[in-house]
Every structure is written in C-alpha cells, then in structure tokens.
Design a protein around this ligand. Structure first.
Ligand code: DOR
Ligand code: ZN
Length: 348
C-alpha cells in the first residue's frame, strides 16, 4: 500500500471570510495546515494593523482546540489607505506577513484594488526594508484582453516592469494558472509562486465542456490542459519556487448557482488529497513534502513543521460529505470529494 509521511503542510493563500462562514470553514484549514496566509479581501478590506489584529483574534476565537499547530498570519490589502508606520509596527509585532495586491475588478471584493502596480512604489520600498513579500493577483483587467490571457498579459505589462525597477522586492505570484506564469516565475529570481489544488487537478474543459460547472469557477479561471501540464511539472519537479497555496474561497451555493457565479473554489476540506492524487498519478509522491511543507516555509523564512501528517492511498466506501452548511443555513460545496475517497489522512 502506498503511504507517505510529510511535515505538517502550510497553506500560503487562503480565504477564511468572517462571521458564520469563518466559523464553518476555519476547522478544515486548522486541522490540515500549520501556517495559513489569510487573505484580506473582506468587505471592507483589511488595510490597517488594528483591523488585521482584530480579524486574527476572531479567527483564533473560533478555531478548533484540537488543531495541532494552527498559525494564521495576515496579509494587508494593498491600498493607499496603508500607513507605512502602521505596517512597520505590524510586521515587527509578527502579525503582518505580507501585502496583497488585487487589480480592481479582477475578483471577489477587489473593488478597492489598484489600477496599476506602479502606484505603490513607496510602499514597496518599505516592504523591501521590512523583508516582506508582495503577493500579487496577476490578472489584466483590460476588457480587451481575453479571459484566458489575463495572467500572461498582467505579468508582461505590469509585473515585469516592476521587477526590473525593484529587483530587491520579493514577489509571490498567487495561484499561478498558466504555462506563461510558470515561465515568468522561473525567469525572475525575485519571484516565487503558489499553486492551487484545483488548477493542478482540472482544466478548462472540466469547467466548461460537459455543462458549465460553477463550482469550478474561480479567478484566475482554470486554463488549458497544456497550462495544467506545466503547473503539474512545476509543482512535482522539486523547484523550490513553487509551493501550495490553496486559494480555498468559500461561497454559498446561492451565490454560485445563478445567472452570475461568484469566483472561488472551497477546497480546504479535501485539497490535500487532491494534491496527493496529482503527485501519485505523476509518480512524484517523493516530491509532495517539498510542495506542501518545505518550499513555502523556506520562501517565507520559517522552519518546516515538526508535526507529521500521513497520507495513505487507500479507498474508502464511506460516503464523504459533499457540502457544509453554515449556522446561517448557507450551503458550500466541498471540492475534491472524488479524490478524497482514494486517500486516508492521519495526523501524528
Ligand atoms: O476565485 C477566487 N476567489 N479568486 C480570488 O482571487 C478571490 C477568491 C474569493 O475571495 O472568493
Ligand atoms: Zn485568493
């Protein structure tokens, strides 16, 4: 029987939301991951250390007591509202680990985002000084750019010039979704990238070919099978620049199933099984720990966890949950229940 033990994984990109949704989803992340880089795209967005601290406390207040070593860290939302002295204090205090740039209009709660990466040079200078990374949602929102070309266009038009003018700024391309994105990361020493379970395990035909699947709709959209193949090669190839960030992003089915679907895949429940399944199919389980547990830790300057997690390729006939229900009565679909039937996870 195939079995692999890995240091407890980290999730370097996750949406935990707030209120009843936070309460419903936090346990899935806390039981499977150690560090969680918590995204700031609440409404209104988290742009001050006081708001980040309060949010951090709300997260810990509802996190389960039996999570082995859950450590949420916060990213501030890149905005003119960020005060540089406040940021400095937040980093020194250990509560702020990064700043996240959203192009305005690209995705959920991005209305307060930027129109150009180049508008925040003073902020980036301070970030270089503080040694924290700029996390980038790389999508060109120019409506003339094709939806499947938005990542490549953003990297070319916006991130490439920024990297050239600030080579000391450390950048994470979040949820890299294309071969062009992988190539960009490889070509720029200052850039690393997170990859999601759903971009690794699905392509746009899964999204669109046999009936349109709102549960697979996310931003950046899942792209071609050739892009997927390059993401798999990057994730399984042992390159220390690529690591797991789930981009787990719960939306109630009421917001997914309708004339306009919200973007986001909730994968915190079974994302690890999905990733293990991809690595298993590639014959690369020996690289799993690098992707889930050590590459990202090195990029963010922390030691890998001393806790261990065991994944065993063993099918279950048990019916796995396909959705959760929040205290407000909202349903959220759990991504990856198919892969999850093929894996047993245990924590030591
Ligand atoms: O699909 C996505 N959902 N992509 C994002 O960038 C944001 C996220 C969300 O917050 O729902
Ligand atoms: Zn995200």
């Amino acid at each position: 029987m195939t079995s692999i033990e890995i240091p407890f994984p980290d999730d370097w990109h996750v949406h935990l939301r707030d209120g009843e949704m936070l309460e419903a989803v936090v346990g899935y992340t806390a039981r499977r991951f150690r560090y969680a880089m918590v995204m700031p795209n609440l409404a209104p967005p988290i742009t001050s250390v006081a708001d980040a601290r309060a949010y951090h406390q709300r997260i810990l207040a509802v996190a389960p007591a039996d999570a082995p070593d859950f450590r949420p860290v916060m990213a501030l939302y890149c905005s003119p509202a960020i005060d540089l002295d406040d940021l400095r204090r937040g980093v020194e205090e250990g509560i702020i680990a990064a700043v996240k740039y959203y192009p305005a209009g690209a995705t959920t709660n991005s209305d307060a985002g930027g129109t150009s990466l180049a508008d925040f040079m003073n902020l980036y200078e301070t970030m270089i000084d503080l040694g924290i990374r700029l996390l980038v949602h790389a999508e060109d929102t120019d409506p003339t750019v094709d939806i499947f070309a938005r990542e490549a266009s953003f990297l070319d038009r916006q991130l490439a010039p920024l990297c050239a003018s600030l080579p000391e700024l450390a950048v994470t391309v979040e949820h890299v979704s294309t071969g062009a994105g992988v190539d960009f990361v490889s070509a720029h020493p200052q850039v690393a990238a997170s990859i999601t379970p759903h971009h690794l395990a699905r392509d746009r035909s899964d999204l669109l070919a046999n009936g349109m699947k709102p549960d697979l709709y996310c931003k950046p959209v899942i792209n071609s099978s050739a892009d997927q193949a390059q993401l798999i090669a990057a994730a399984t190839g042992g390159d220390p620049k690529f690591f797991l960030g789930t981009d787990s992003a719960p939306h109630p089915t009421a917001a997914k199933y309708g004339p306009v679907a919200k973007a986001g895949v909730f994968n915190a429940a079974y994302g690890l099984e999905v990733v293990a399944d991809v690595f298993h199919q590639e014959g690369s389980l020996d690289q799993l720990a690098a992707f889930t547990s050590t590459n990202g830790a090195a990029v963010y300057g922390v030691e890998p966890s001393e806790h261990r997690l065991m994944l065993t390729a063993e099918s279950t006939d048990q019916d796995l949950a396909t959705h959760l229900t929040t205290a407000a009565g909202d349903e959220v679909v759990l991504f990856g229940d198919d892969e999850a039937t093929r894996w047993q996870v245990s924590v030591s």
